[in-house]
Design a protein around this ligand. Structure first.
Ligand code: IPD
Ligand code: CA
Ligand code: CA
Length: 259
């Protein structure tokens, strides 16, 4: 199955790459910050057609067309283009993310970092890889020496869950904080030892499903903001190398107490 996921993620990535900086239709979803392009939809359709043809009994949870997965043993969790705002503006940081859940456990995940042609993949129990290279999280155990990454939800103007105060707190307590614009890539870069930690206040299953397995198979830790192991429907995400996890939880708890 992993080879099929890799193949279809790459094919979707080729469609996206072919449309990069070309003319495509852009629509608003919930507000002027939340975009969807015709390329998101084309990528998703390609992936869904493939699953329906090759794995007809499997359930699907996909960002643009919703879910049909009740009572299914297997569920494919799909973000056909993670980083739509970047893509729409021509910033070359976006991905295709596909995770497969079997009986509530993620068994395979693929994130295709389209413009770098970097294919992140993992199968449960078999480690995770970027192309052929095995992944391992960083060794750093000091938050003050950490490079962190985060993202903001589309309703950031309402500052849900103190997202802005948390950002300020981590800016002051780490070496630096980046905001790339694709949560799936952010998490893979933690798995790859580039970033030491990632947090975001409100993510969806399709943003994190594949990344969670890729990170855990690289030795990282993926929890909610209290350090509890979480399933993909829990909105809070703290994804780290494991060694700075507790220090990040302390900052989150202190920040939320002070507000
Ligand atoms: C978004 C990206 C972004 C994150 C947002 C997500 P989309 O996904 O992952 O980095 O900050 O919360 O919604 O809309 O580009 O698929
Ligand atoms: Ca997304
Ligand atoms: Ca998306």
């Amino acid at each position: 199955m992993i080879n099929d996921i890799i193949q279809i993620a790459k094919e979707a990535g080729e469609i996206i790459r072919g449309s990069y900086r070309q003319n495509f239709n852009v629509e608003f979803k919930t507000n002027h910050t939340n975009l969807v392009t015709e390329v998101d939809k084309k990528s998703e359709q390609l992936i869904i057609d493939f699953i329906n043809k090759k794995y007809p009994g499997h359930g699907i949870l996909a960002e643009e067309s919703g879910g049909n997965y009740n009572n299914k043993e297997y569920i494919w969790v799909i973000d056909p283009l993670d980083g739509t705002t970047n893509f729409a503006h021509g910033l070359p940081i976006f991905s295709v993310s596909i995770g497969v859940v079997k009986n509530n456990e993620i068994i395979a995940g693929v994130v295709y970092d389209v413009m770098r042609d970097a294919l992140y993949s993992a199968e449960k129990g078999n480690g995770s890889f970027c192309n052929e290279r095995k992944l391992k999280v960083s060794e750093n155990n000091i938050l003050a020496h950490s490079l962190l990454v985060t993202g903001f939800p589309y309703d950031i103007a309402q500052n849900p869950d103190n997202a802005i105060e948390l950002f300020a707190a981590f800016l002051k307590s780490s070496r630096a904080v980046r905001r790339l614009g694709s949560a799936a890539i952010d998490i893979c870069y933690v798995a790859d030892g580039i970033f030491d930690g990632f947090w975001e206040v409100n993510l969806n299953p399709w943003d994190i499903c594949a990344g969670k397995l890729i990170l855990e198979e690289a030795g990282g830790l993926f929890t909610d903001f209290h350090g509890n192991r979480k399933d993909i429907f829990n909105k809070q995400t703290l994804a780290t190398n494991g060694k700075i996890h507790k220090q990040m939880i302390d900052i989150i708890e202190r920040t939320n107490r002070q507000l």
